[in-house]
Design a protein around this ligand. Structure first.
Ligand code: UD1
Ligand code: CA
Length: 419
């Protein structure tokens, strides 16, 4: 979206997390809250992002690096104060600014896009994203006038008894006309329950000036929740889990138990693959069609599984490229490896990929059979059509079409146990 700038507020303390870290660097499915928030904005088509940092700003800067511009808010005097600190970067610009709380990490980019588009279409100076929630939650309440315009947002802590019952609440996502916002920010005061400069007061200022203010109500409340404490963190993780799993099911993947399957972002899974319960699949993994995964499988980063692969129970795979029809059915760790097509990895096989200093690679050719309880001491290469006897510890390469036995021969001492 051209001419749209975004400001993400990320300077607050987040005391309710009871953490040594900034709330915004806590992770959901391996990715920091603030990183998710910024990515959602970028996916909505806005590249120009300003992040307001203050409390533990180094932690946030470490996560975001130079993917954004920063504004510094040394003292946390409220969301209105935070935006004021970014105002310098807006000066002289025209068009719209999207402002977001940094603590709402699972927003759909399409929703943010819609907020800006609707704001433009309706020609409003301020458009607020809201939700209608039956229970009383500690979010700002939206007050409409008879014509449907928004008169003001009253913070939960400033509400009277009547206002507390209002079901439409503020989500901390706004689209403003830049010039009008800059004018209104100058008029903010901190005359309220928390003695803070509330960004939400800008609405009242604009309304009193006769400017157009409105809201867009979200259709899915689960996507817009914020993280204030650890319970929220759990709720949002669940919501994201169900969203991702549902997406895969819609695309033709069978998931036996959506509540006990953990698929991180950006995973590709082919149709007719079946995922059994208690499976975790990390970001970036690619899985083909007709595969069978789990139960109790852990598919870590860097894995690529071709079609018809089976990864069974209590199997961990990491940076493993597994060829078509290959099987790792039970109790194995296969890390930093290539497994050829149609190869069978016996129960209890382990790639010994780490010597305490370096990670090394194991390559196993196609149509091979690795006997149970084999240790593969990497770096090591096994050719095509090889056969490894059960219980072997393989330290040397195995040529194509060979049998490798690497274990002590058995001795039977007859009568020994009678003595
Ligand atoms: C805010 C809204 C409230 C809305 C709610 C939704 C205001 C006054 N209230 O309340 O109407 O329902 O979000 O979640 O805006 N921050 C700063 N600097 C500050 C204070 C906060 O950068 O001085 C940042 C925080 O890091 C956070 C965001 O702004 O990312 C929101 O702050 P928070 O204190 O959580 O606001 P709420 O009280 O939740
Ligand atoms: Ca909040």
């Amino acid at each position: 979206m051209q001419d749209v700038i975004a400001i993400v507020m990320a300077a607050g303390k987040g005391t309710r997390m009871k953490s040594k870290k900034s709330k915004l660097v806590h992770k959901i499915y391996g990715k920091e809250i603030i990183k998710r928030a910024v990515e959602n904005v970028k996916k909505a088509g806005i590249d120009d992002v300003i992040v307001v940092v203050g409390y533990q700003k180094e932690q946030i800067e470490e996560v975001l690096g130079n993917s954004v511009q920063y504004a510094i808010q040394e003292e946390q005097l409220g969301t209105g104060h935070a935006v004021k600190k970014a105002a310098g970067l807006l000066e002289g610009k025209k068009g719209k600014v999207l402002i977001l709380n940094g603590d709402h990490p699972i927003m759909r980019p399409e929703t943010l896009k819609r907020l800006v588009e609707e704001s433009n279409r309706k020609n409003e100076s301020a458009t607020i994203l809201t939700m209608v929630h039956d229970a009383i939650i500690p979010y700002g309440k939206i007050i409409h006038d008879e014509e449907g315009r928004i008169e003001e947002i009253v913070e939960h802590k400033d509400c009277n008894e009547e206002q507390l019952k209002i079901k439409e609440v503020n989500l901390g996502m706004y689209c403003f006309d830049i010039e009008e916002l800059l004018n209104s920010l100058k008029l903010l005061n901190n005359d309220n329950a928390q003695k803070e400069y509330y960004l939400t007061d800008v609405i009242k200022i604009m309304y009193d000036k006769g400017l157009k203010t409105g809201s867009i109500v979200v259709s899915d409340n689960a996507e817009v929740l914020g993280v204030n404490d650890r319970m929220d963190l759990e709720v949002l993780t669940k919501a994201l889990q169900i969203r991702i799993n549902t997406e895969h099911m819609k695309n033709g993947v069978t998931i036996e138990d959506v509540n006990n399957t953990y698929i991180y972002d950006d995973v590709e899974i082919g149709i007719d693959t079946i995922i059994h319960p208690n499976t975790t699949i990390k970001s970036g993994v690619v899985i083909g069609e007709d595969c069978e995964i789990g139960p109790n499988a852990y598919i870590r980063e860097g894995c690529k599984l071709e079609n018809k692969v089976k990864i069974g129970s209590f199997v961990e795979v990491k940076k493993a490229v597994v060829g078509e029809g290959a099987k790792v059915p039970h109790l194995s760790y296969m890390g930093d490896c290539e497994i050829g097509a149609k190869t069978n990895i016996g129960c209890g096989t382990i790639t010994c990929n780490y010597d305490g200093f370096h990670k090394s690679k194991t390559v196993i050719g196609e149509h091979s059979f690795i006997g149970s309880n084999t240790n593969l001491i990497a770096p090591v290469t096994l050719g095509k059509n090889t056969f490894v006897a059960a219980g072997s510890t393989i330290t040397d390469d195995v040529p194509n079409d060979s049998l490798a036995i690497a274990r002590q021969r058995q001795i039977n001492k007859e009568g020994w146990n009678k003595k």
